[in-house]
Design a protein around this ligand. Sequence first.
Ligand SMILES: Nc1ncnc2c1ncn2[C@@H]1O[C@H](COP(=O)(O)OP(=O)(O)O)[C@@H](O)[C@H]1O
Ligand SMILES: [Mg+2]
Length: 264
Amino acid sequence: MVLAHGSRSKVIAVTSGRGGVGKTFVSANLASSLVERGLRVLVLDADLGLANLDVVLNLCHKITLHHVIAGKSRLEEAIYKAPGGFSVLLAGTGTVEFSRLASEVHDEFLRIVESLLPNYDIVLLDTGAGISEVVQFSLSMASEILLVVTPEPTSLTDAYATIKVLAAQQKLQKLHVVVNQAVQTVDGNVFTTKLQQVLDRFVNKDSEHPLKLIHMGDIPVDSAVRQAIMKRQLLAQSAPGCPAALAIAQLASKLEDAVIKHGA
Ligand SMILES: Nc1ncnc2c1ncn2[C@@H]1O[C@H](COP(=O)(O)OP(=O)(O)O)[C@@H](O)[C@H]1O
Ligand SMILES: [Mg+2]
């Protein structure tokens, strides 16, 4: 971790092995649930290649962190209030400097995130999928990582490949796992346990810092999610009380306990 974190504020990266698993959906709706719990939350759309948080939240916000780093806008101008009561900062996409993460951009990015920390209890980083340099950079800023996986059999291999790299590069000791788009026949806990077993066998056995997976819950596949995204709304607006919304509320509570209250 490269950020000097305040005593309370936490940076949580939401990441995945592959795209389209629900990182942005989870980030936005988790943020809204955390706000309901009385926390001050900022979501940073750090998926530099495929940012879509603005689309999901129906924000026509065009000032990004990129404008701030380029000296074209002030930081306050780049921070927007989302419908769920949390703040949003878009990193900005498609710039060569960002995709290569030139070291001055890197430093400036860090400095800005650090300057924001005192204003929030939780900063959620909606990262890109996979293990590119940019994703690694986002993850290195986080004090906690929430890995979103889906329950198809291939997803296990996918998640394992990502975890293996994370274990090696980030020297992680714990990783929070949430199983999204869970179907009735899948128990996310079993899924996480299987992942842990493979990890113990092939990665942890020679490691001084064994990585422990913490199962944070399952979010069911729910038609209300697609409908909410089509309407560009949060579940709290379009379908409060639907199964996915309840699961996200549980995740928020568990995350608050693990990360804020017990400082896990
Ligand atoms: N729990 C869920 N139930 C039903 N559909 C879901 C669920 N989670 C995600 N989706 C679908 O997956 C799509 C991709 O989600 P998104 O958050 O954009 O993925 P990512 O950010 O990981 O690329 C959403 O547009 C939505 O249709
Ligand atoms: Mg996304």
